[in-house]
Design a protein around this ligand. Structure first.
Ligand code: NAP
Length: 253
């Protein structure tokens, strides 16, 4: 099915009673998305590295009167498979299902020619941007399968669809995310109602973007808040049937 924002679902709370996990929810795009999903009625599980940032988003959700969020501090670089399994077990015990999983957290790493890339940087970027996505998805699969129609979103990038000089392991990790998405989508095509897609947010005004392009004029970039409708669409019934696709947020907002 072609992605389309035209739908008969006009509810002001299209995500009411959905439980959705957002990684990297303490800042940048993840924070804006977590707040935007909560505003649309979702119970959001806020996963991230820095507890203070997650607490601040939790408080913002509470102050706004949105459904109470949950906080999951987890370092995606260091977490072991048993820790992912324990976390998934807590989610299952608490909610009994997971309606949405947004893999958003990522690490830019060092931008440099391949011949100058160090193995530590390589391993860290691949661990956070790729391996954690695999481990988290694997651990959460029972909860995702227990939801009526779960939606998984992997976050890609322009450099994950066309290679670009000096983007090193970050670009490689995003290409691999597309492979993970396609492989999983094909597996889940039969016998499940889970849909899986990748989403390229496109250039967005965040800390990561400022690090990669320090000379860029901030006013030329969209804010994370402007992307939120794309994520609401992918988490809501509107995107039923959109599966296995490499999407661009710009096409969905
Ligand atoms: N911004 C853009 O222009 C752009 C373009 C294309 C794709 N993207 C993609 O969009 C997503 C969001 O990017 P962003 O621009 O919002 O980046 P960002 O501002 O750097 O935020 C990254 C988020 O990931 C979390 N994170 C990083 N390392 C982590 C770890 N080890 N464990 C747990 N969480 C960790 C951070 O948490 P802490 O703050 O606690 O460290 C932060 O919340 C990423 O997947 C990125 O690759 C962004």
């Amino acid at each position: 099915m072609e992605p389309s924002l035209q739908s008969s679902n006009t509810s002001s709370l299209p995500l009411e009673s959905k439980v959705i996990l957002v990684t990297g929810a303490g800042s940048g795009i993840g924070k804006a998305v977590a707040l935007g999903l909560a505003k649309k009625g979702a119970t959001v599980v806020l996963l991230g590295k820095t507890l203070e940032k997650l607490n601040a988003v939790y408080d913002e959700i509470e102050t706004a009167g949105y459904p109470q969020a949950a906080i999951a501090p987890l370092d995606l670089e260091k977490a072991t498979e048993p820790e992912y399994l324990h976390f998934a077990d807590v989610i299952y015990q608490e909610f009994g299902r997971l309606d949405g999983l947004i893999h958003n957290a990522a690490w830019l790493g060092e931008l440099a020619p391949m011949e100058l890339q160090g193995i530590e940087n390589w391993n860290k970027v691949l661990q956070i941007n790729l391996t954690s996505n695999f481990l988290l998805t694997k651990a959460l699969m029972p909860a995702l399968k227990n939801a009526p129609k779960a939606s998984i979103v992997f976050t890609s990038s322009g450099v994950g669809r066309k290679g670009k000089a000096y983007w090193g392991p970050y670009a490689v990790s995003k290409f691999a995310i597309e492979g993970l998405m396609q492989t999983l989508a094909d597996e889940l095509e039969t016998n499940t109602k889970i849909r899986v897609n990748s989403l390229n947010p496109g250039a967005t005004l965040t800390k990561m973007r400022r690090t990669a392009f320090p000379g860029e004029k901030p006013e030329t970039l969209p804010t994370p808040e402007q992307l939120v409708p794309a994520y609401i669409y992918l988490m809501s019934e509107q995107s039923q049937g959109v599966h296995g696709q490499a999407l661009n947020a710009r096409d969905l907002i």
